[in-house]
Design a protein around this ligand. Structure first.
Ligand code: PLP
Length: 357
């Protein structure tokens, strides 16, 4: 059995859209895509009058090298959000398929499924076991209609890592039954290896990576799916004609240069060091119940009165994320790690607000 047996059969037969940029390359006189022949004076080096390459080979090469996979195992799109959307469309049939998520977790998995008309099965994390994945319950929830099983590690918002042994067990158990989607948006901040080594053995594993978080490119929208070549080819069949704007491709190549990567590694260390300092400082504040341990670039703080704290922070111009909609974490605020100066403002604002309360 191949992972493609889980895909929508009509997509395997679909004649994909073929863009001008795909049909021909090379040459010097480009008259095939109805573009204007002049570059914009403001940014001539980007040649924004031309359509971008749909899957730019130079960027794909760099990403493959960065993530330690072959270049035919890389799909690059408009954020990993686009990869989630395309995976959902590729594997889930409206009104028939389901996906499995383990809340509290990233919201896009369920939204993408519902937009596609797929059902969402929820297998909550074990709040009584440090938000560990409930592997038994998860496997019990898999049905013949299940297509995607999402695991987010480190998880947003709980910040914990799913152990490699658990991922391996899931990969084994889901073979031939569902695609295991491992979202590693925050793995650069964690003391954990990527699960991409699973691709060698399992054709039904997809690993999501992004340049939005650790590489500081959220505004450029560059996300990656790593999977076996047949899955990547399927995503490329159904992707929009030109997923990535030229400016985003240039920005991505910029942060992947070795010099930029050295500076980036330094910043990662600073974020992790700030996280280590901030956690006990937050835990010591009055009105704080608990600060969840985190392997990502945020901390979840549970307060006696989270709504009041949130309002006081907003009034002081400090914006954090309320978790009131997350079952089991309704008293939590998710706080991204900022610069040392921003973290100091956060602490002093919380401290004076709590003392005044
Ligand atoms: C931020 C985030 C993403 C989205 O990444 P983009 O590449 O910016 O779309 C994906 N997964 C999780 C868990 C996230 O928190």
């Amino acid at each position: 059995m191949s992972v493609l047996d889980l895909a929508r059969p009509e997509l395997l037969a679909l004649q994909p859209y073929s863009s001008a940029r795909m049909e021909a390359s090379g040459g010097t006189v480009w008259l095939n895509a109805n573009e204007l022949p002049w570059a914009q004076a403001q940014s001539p080096e980007l040649a924004l009058n031309r359509y971008p390459e749909p899957q730019p080979p130079a960027l794909i090469e760099r990403l493959a090298e960065l993530y330690g996979v072959a270049s035919d195992q890389v799909f690059v799109g408009r954020g990993s959000d686009e990869a989630i959307d395309l995976l959902t469309r590729a594997f889930c049939a409206a009104g028939a398929s389901n996906v499995i998520i383990s809340p509290p977790t990233f919201g896009m998995y369920a939204v993408a499924a519902r937009v596609q008309g797929a059902a969402v099965r929820e297998v909550p994390l074990r709040a009584d076991r440090d938000y560990a994945l409930d592997v038994e319950a998860l496997l019990a929830a898999v049905s013949r209609q299940t297509r995607l099983v999402y695991v987010c590690t480190p998880n947003n918002p709980t910040g914990n890592v799913v152990p490699a042994a658990v991922l391996l067990r899931l990969a084994e158990a889901l073979r031939g039954r569902a695609v295991l989607v491992i979202d590693e948006a925050y793995v650069e901040f964690a003391d954990a290896d990527s699960a991409s080594s699973l691709l060698a053995q399992y054709d039904h594993v997809v690993v999501l990576r992004t340049l939005s978080k650790a590489y500081g490119l959220a505004g450029a929208r560059v996300g990656v799916a790593l999977a076996r070549a047949e899955v990547i080819q399927l995503l490329r069949r159904i992707m929009p004609p030109y997923p990535l704007p030229s400016a985003s491709i240039a920005a991505a190549l910029g942060v992947l240069h070795s010099e930029a990567r050295r500076a980036g590694a330094e910043r990662l260390r600073l974020i992790c060091q700030q996280r280590a300092q901030l956690r006990p400082a937050l835990a010591a504040l009055p009105g704080v119940i608990d600060v969840l341990p985190s392997q990502a670039n945020f901390l979840v703080v549970r307060f006696v009165d989270a709504a009041a704290v949130y309002a006081r922070l907003v009034a002081a111009g400090v914006i954090v994320r309320s978790l009131h909609k997350y079952p089991g974490l309704h008293d939590g605020l998710r706080i991204s790690i900022g610069t040392p100066e921003e973290n100091a403002v956060l602490l002093s604002t919380l401290d004076s607000a709590q003392r005044a309360a």
